[in-house]
Ligand binder design. Sequence first.
Ligand code: 26W
Length: 798
Amino acid sequence: MLTKEHCKTALQERLLALAGTSLDEASASDKYAALASLVRDYIGQRWVDTTRRYDDQRQKQVYYFSMEFLPGRLLDTNLSNLGIRDVWREALAELDIDYTELLSAEHDAGLGNGGLGRLAACFLDSLAALGLPGHGCGIRYTYGLFEQAIVDGVQVEKPDSWLKDLNIWEYRKTGKAVLVEFAPPLGIVKAVPYDIPVIGFDNRTVNTLRLWSAEVRDEFCVNYSSLGPEDYRKLLEYKNGVEAISQILYPDDRYEEGRQLRLVQEYFLVSAGLKSIIRHIKRKQGSDLRRLADQIAVHINDTHPALAIPELMRILMDEEGLGWDEAWDITIHTISYTNHTVLPEALEKWPVGQLQSLLPRIYEIIHEINERFCAELWQRYPGDWDRIAAMAVIADGFVKMAHLAVAGSYSVNGVAALHSDILKNDLLNLFYQHAPQKFNNKTNGITHRRWLLTANPGLAGLITGTIGPTWLHRPDHLTELLPFATSTTFQQKLAAVKQDRKEALAKFIFDRYHLALDTRSLFDIQVKRIHAYKRQLLNALRIMDLYRLLKDNPQLDILPRTFIFAGKAAPGYYLAKKVIQLIVTLAKQINSDTAIQDKLKVIFLENYNVSLAELIIPAADISEQISTAGKEASGTGNMKFMMNGAVTVGTLDGANVEIREAVGDENIVIFGLTAEEVAACYQTGRCNPLTVYNQNERIRHCVNQLIDGSLPVIGDEFKPLYDYLLHPGGAFLELQDFAAYLEAQERLDRLFRNDRARWQVATTNIAHSGRFSSDRTVTEYADAIWHIRPSESPASLI
Ligand code: 26W
């Protein structure tokens, strides 16, 4: 048993050993480093034991290959998962150390763009919590996603050098390096793994997130005697070329055609990952790989690691001496694939020439996969050239990565019911017709441990105090809160928790931006990547509408609202950056206008990341999930908000559909065109925004504000947004959904005027959020796709 006294002594000793400092002299980072390094001590044995258990029991293990992992800070989570968070908090308090401040000394690990990377991190947390043998495989980018600052209303990007101080959680495994081979001039590159422990909640499991770093290989030695200036230049060039591979995360969540370095990164990841897995399997279970598909599962997170398919073929044939048919049989029983987007501009395709010159053998294999696949199609659909051309892996001079991923895997899934239907009926319909048994749905989830237990300890405490702690292991037990939805006492306590979180956020905003918020106003929040289809612009337009109504009639009876935005735009995404500029401009105009009596405030918070999300989401009254129906594959922010008792206003898109199913129509505010209506709208060309603009004066007035000088900007800064909105068929139906959105906001206003009703809705949302825990999602993947089993019994059963 770890006692407070142990903690206090241990911390002081570790401070002396690590930083050579006493407690009084130590900085927050010193204290953070000392505590984190103690956590390393605690987990070492469990980590070794877990690995040994998996090996001894010859457990089937899953490897989750992803170009992105977005874990955020780890200290709080790790302490919590180890069950020593409370004792440490108390010990630190007795030493007069502020726990939250100490946690903030940790750099937020941002090796991902958004939803896809955060999902991967939630899955790792759930795998470990469920005692499942599953590990992450990714890239150790020296620079994570850029840090965003707003300067003169405009997004500016700064490098995120998260490794500049020591990263306590990683273990460099020099001895486990592998070589990855590219065509010259890059040639052979050394991949060095850095392992990060993934600690299970309240059990003995510690899994591994293995991140690969690119280095020049040892044999690449220098002939000192002939080191002329020219050699030196070449040497540097080569070294830089190699190290560039794991230098930077691509900051765009749309595909940019033909970025050579991105392709290099993708192959680097899959080749290093597969080589090390196969080496391990051979060491532990012998050199016969014919049963590989029973020993491991390899999951590819979107198409970014889809080169795992030809790479596994290459290893099995060229290095292990198997024939094509045998290798193919193993490959398509080992690899499974999740699609995360239907947006055409985000579907990867690589120019044939580029792949061929960088990875000649891999291209040869893809070519053969395509030949055989097309032959199979020809057998099945003789003469149907159009169909075969539409399904080919190589077509029009490109390798289509989604086609490769479907052809080379045994399972293809979408991330919400609606999204999976769109894959089956639309985007991948021909593949579905061809192999329907491959297709399935796995609705996304989020770890309730990070997004409720540690992000909102007040709410977690209230829940445990009300229904007991079993929800921690069994999030579906949150439904036991339902009888309390109408309890006045419970409602009051819930309101107090929300108020406390709103005040914490308001304090942060005041300290950082010197803007004072009315914490009794409704916190109406939209935080996520800035993207046209997510329609932050629709939200901005409605704020412009509301502001105008208030200007015309300052006595207008509305509930005061604080609109909070945060999110990064891809550096090259012009329109998204314009949207940020518009929001910041509105904030400037509205916040300084005394005529509206503080009824509205707008703020754009810089540098949205996991840690900021943990501060923002618990403080939300209203969660904005307003993408054009059919475009947001799932969304996961929507789940985090509901779990923290916010009311969703949203379209019938992604997982919103299932949230509505879970909570019932009266506990969510749904508006707008359905996915089918949206599709019909685009197809029939009935979606000309000009029609709406011409017919609806209120909307016209709003849109005109972008260009008529009402906004405090010089020149026609927002003309591009105006043009975008009115471009026939171009926009994401912002204007078509505008009236419905305004009406939905009125419904929300009515709901929030009724205190009893609104806390009932909040409670009902929390109660049904267990269905959206990633424990549920990961269990479904484990049972139906990966066929893996827990290696220890779940803690709740012990
Ligand atoms: C190649 C560039 C690139 C990079 C990332 C293209 C596309 C992506 C991702 C697929 C974008 C992404 O993060 N998709 C999001 O995945 C989440 C997890 O499944 C879903 O909840 C979101 O709806 C989806 O947009």
